[in-house]
Design a protein around this ligand. Sequence first.
Ligand code: GLN
Length: 496
Amino acid sequence: MSAPISQKHPKGLYVLFFAEMWERFSYYGMRAILLLFLIDNVRGGMGLNAAEGAAIYGLYTASVYLLTLPGGWMADNVLGQKKAIWYGGIIIMLGHIILAVPGGTGIFFLGLVTVALGTGLLKPNISSIVGELYPEGGARRDAAFSIFYMGINLGSVLGITIVGYLGQKINWHIGFGAAAIGMLLGLVVFKLGSAKYLRGFGDVPPAKISTPESAQQTKSNTTLGYGLIVLLIGFLSVLQWTGTIDMTTATGLAQGAGVIIVSVSSFYFLFILVAGGLTPVEKKRVFVLIVFFLAAALFWSGFEQAGSSLQIFAERHTQRSIGTWEMPSSWFQNFNGSFILIFAPVMASLWIFLSSKGLNPSTPVKFALALILLGIGFFVMEMAAKEAVTGSLVSPLFLTFTYLFHTIGELCLSPVGLSSYTKLAPKRYVSQLMGIWFVAASLGNLIAGLFAGNFDENNVQQMPALFNQVTLFSIGFGLLLLVFWKPVKNWMGGIQ
Ligand code: GLN
C-alpha cells in the first residue's frame, strides 16, 4: 500500500468503490447498534444479558467472515464474481428488511443469518475484482486497494452516523431499515456501473475455464472438505454429549463456532504443508503465513471489540453530553473510520518516505507494531476503566485515544497483511489462502464477542483487569514478534 494514489484508474474501480461503500454502510451501520439492541430491555430491544448478547454479536460477525470461504467458492465454481456480488447484495438487503420488521426473536435471527450469508457471497468477490482490474499487479494495484479501503471506511462512517442515530434516537428497526436502503443504493450503483465499466470482469466462474489438473485438484479438495465436515460434526457431538460445551445456549454455540474455526484453519495449514506438494522455500513461507494468521487473529480479537466491550463502555461509562444534546454512543465507532480517512494517506507517505531512506520496516515488524499499538490502546482503556469503577462518567478522550492507537495499528496490519498473503502464498493456493486471511478476522471477531460477555452490569469492578489482560497478551505477542522478526523475515524468502 505504498504507492501514490493519484494515478489514473479505470472507471470500474469507482463502481466497486461505491458499491462496497454502500455495502459497508449497511454492515457497519447495523453492527454499530446490534449489541445495544440485543441487550436493551427498555426501548423494544431483545433484553438479553451481556454474555448472551455478546456471544450472539461474536457469532454473527464471525460468521460473516467465515462465510467468505463458501462465498469465494461459489463465485469460483458456480456463479462468477459479478453474479455473486449481485445476489449477495440482494440477500443482504433482504436480511436488513427482515431486521426492520419488529417481529420477535425468530424473525430477528432469520434476518441476521440472511445478512451474514449475503455478506459472505459479496465481500471476498468484490475485493478480488479490484485485483483483476490490474492484472499487472504492482504499485497501481496497491494504490487501487488504498482507494478501495477508503471507500470501505467512508461507508462505515456514513453508516454508523445515520443508522446509529436513527437506531438509538428514534427506533431500532428504523435504523435497520436505513441499512437496507444503503444496500439498495449499492445494488443500483453496481447494476448500472458494472454493465458499462466492468464488462469482461468476473463473468465466468474460473473453475469453468480450468485445466484437467486443476479440476482434479478441486475434486480432491471437495472430498477432503466433506471429510472434514463429517469429522467436525462428530467432534462437536462428543463435546455436546460429554457436556464440555452446551450448544443450546448462545455462549455454547459461539464456543462451538470457535472449535470449528480453529479446526478448519489448523487442518488447512497442516494439509498444505504435508500434502500440498510444496518446495522447501514455499513451506517456509507457509510457516510465515501461520505466524501472520495468529498475529492477525489476536489483533482482530482486540480491535473488533469496537462493537462489543468498547461499545458497552461508550454507552454506560462515557461522558457524551454536549449542552443538552447527548451524542449516540454508537458514534464512537466512527472514530476508527474517520481516523482511517485522515491517516491512510499519511501512513502511505510515511512508508514511501522510509523506503526512500532504506528504512521501511519489514512486514513482521509492522505486525509487531500493530499488536503493540493495540495493547497501548487497551492500556488507555484500563486507565479509563479505573476511573469508571468509581461510578463517574469518564472523558470521551479515553476512547478517542484508544481508537487512534487502534487505527494506526490497523493501518500497519490490515492492508499489509492482505497484500503479503497474496505475495507469500504458493501460486496455486492464492485464493484459498486469501480466504484463510478472512478466517483470522472471523476468529478475532468471535473472541471479541465472547470476551465482551464479561462486561456485565453486575461485573463492573472487573473491567480494569479485563482490559489489562488484552494489553498484556497483545504487547507480549508483539514483543515476541519484534524479537524474532529477523528469522521470520528470512523465511519469507526474499519477498518484501
Ligand atoms: N475494516 C475492513 C473491512 O471492513 C477490514 C476488516 C477485516 O478484515 N477484519 O473490510
